[in-house]
Design a protein around this ligand. Structure first.
Ligand code: SAH
Length: 355
């Protein structure tokens, strides 16, 4: 596999350009072009000879949009194709304040959560930093015209690492991605507008806290005690809720940022009154916010969503107990909003087609 230019920081791009015997300003032209979502071949300011040399070693276009699905609520879902033919997916949610993109960090996932479609076929491979970044670059390029006067042609203002994959299971690449995402010469997105969601890989949560990046740390909790959590999340056998909470507090200590929990409501599993009370007991007084999610039913899995009324009752009980909580609005349901659903259905379709 060829290397990926979007993996490089600006300083590394300069080093590369100098090593090719080119003038330093070419690095700026190249890097700026890449950050605008251009393939090397489309950057008009750099000479043909340099393009040709770069294309010998580097992928010209590491992430391509293969298909776009439009939801009636404005949400867009993308099926991206990587240079090696692997498929990943992403979602763009349009809000008044800007566009939030959900990016994938791995092809597949090895965490094995019972409700999630991303993990159905296990982990295929990690994405490189440039492959994660390029998901945003191509979406920015797609929406460039409509956002030219608003956000300088950079449509995506907020990023959530909540697509396929476990970001902390691909730590080095994700960190590298975050650097280019937030760097002034990169996409210049404030870390405060970035949310990283993890199933709770405790040692990596400490590593992340020590980086001191003021992003929004989000932990997928989905249960109030370890045995129950292990029923839907095998990772619970490795890391205890108590240790996850300690790591969250350490993150708060290091970054001053409150943290978030995701709690997917699964009927008959984790959302009766006793669970709400247990969640209050567990989290009360902590600098955190709880995001309730209604399960997006995945056809390969038998788990069922809680109805909307009951979900609001659960929310009410948390609030009454003193927690800061919200029920996440369901978006893009008509286009398979849940992680991995699109890729799974696409792979299934092509398998059927190919017999
Ligand atoms: N690996 C990361 C990112 C996963 S996706 C993590 O575990 O946090 C982001 C969130 O969506 C997680 O909280 C995940 O548990 C949740 N999720 C996955 N599949 C879902 C589904 N079918 N319905 C509702 N939430 C789901």
């Amino acid at each position: 596999m060829k290397r990926i230019l979007q993996d490089l920081t600006f300083a590394e791009t300069e080093t590369l350009i100098l090593s090719l015997g080119e003038k330093k300003f070419r690095a700026k032209q190249l890097f700026e072009g890449l950050m605008q979502g251009k393939a090397t071949s489309e950057i008009t300011s750099i000479p043909k000879s340099l393009k040709a040399r770069l294309q010998e070693d580097y992928e010209d276009n590491p992430v391509k949009i293969k298909e776009i699905f439009h939801s009636t609520d404005g949400t867009e879902k993308y099926l991206f194709e990587l240079a090696d033919g692997n498929l990943i997916e992403g979602v763009l949610m349009k809000y008044k304040y800007g566009y939030t993109q959900c990016v994938s960090t791995q092809v597949g996932c090895r965490m094995g959560c019972k409700f999630c479609a991303s993990t159905l076929g296990g982990l295929v491979r990690n994405l490189t930093a440039g492959e994660i970044l390029s998901q945003i670059l191509v979406v920015n390029a797609l929406h460039k015209a409509e956002t030219a006067g608003v956000t300088n042609g950079r449509a995506v203002t907020n990023v959530v690492l909540m697509g396929s994959g476990e970001p902390l299971d691909n730590y080095e690449n994700v960190l590298r991605f975050l650097r280019n995402l937030t760097a002034a010469e990169g996409l210049n997105i404030s870390a405060r507008n970035v949310s990283l969601s993890t199933c709770g890989l405790v040692p990596k949560m400490y590593d992340l806290a020590n980086e001191g990046i003021p992003l929004n740390l989000t932990v997928s909790l989905h249960a109030t005690e370890d045995m129950a959590r292990a029923r839907t999340m095998p990772v619970a056998k490795a890391y205890k809720i108590a240790d996850i909470l300690k790591a969250c507090d350490y993150f708060f200590e290091k970054t001053g940022r409150r943290y978030y929990f995701e709690y997917t409501l699964i009927a008959g599993e984790n959302c009766d009154e006793a669970h709400a009370d247990a969640l209050v007991k567990l989290l009360k007084g902590k600098p955190c916010h709880v995001n309730l999610i209604r399960l997006n039913e995945v056809k390969e899995r038998s788990l069922k969503a809680l109805d909307e009324k009951a979900a609001y009752r659960f929310l009410g009980r948390l609030e009454k107990g003193g927690l800061s909580a919200t029920l996440r609005r369901q978006i893009g349901v008509d286009i398979g909003g849940a992680c991995g659903q699109l890729r799974a259905s696409y792979l299934e379709k092509t398998e059927e087609e190919n017999g």
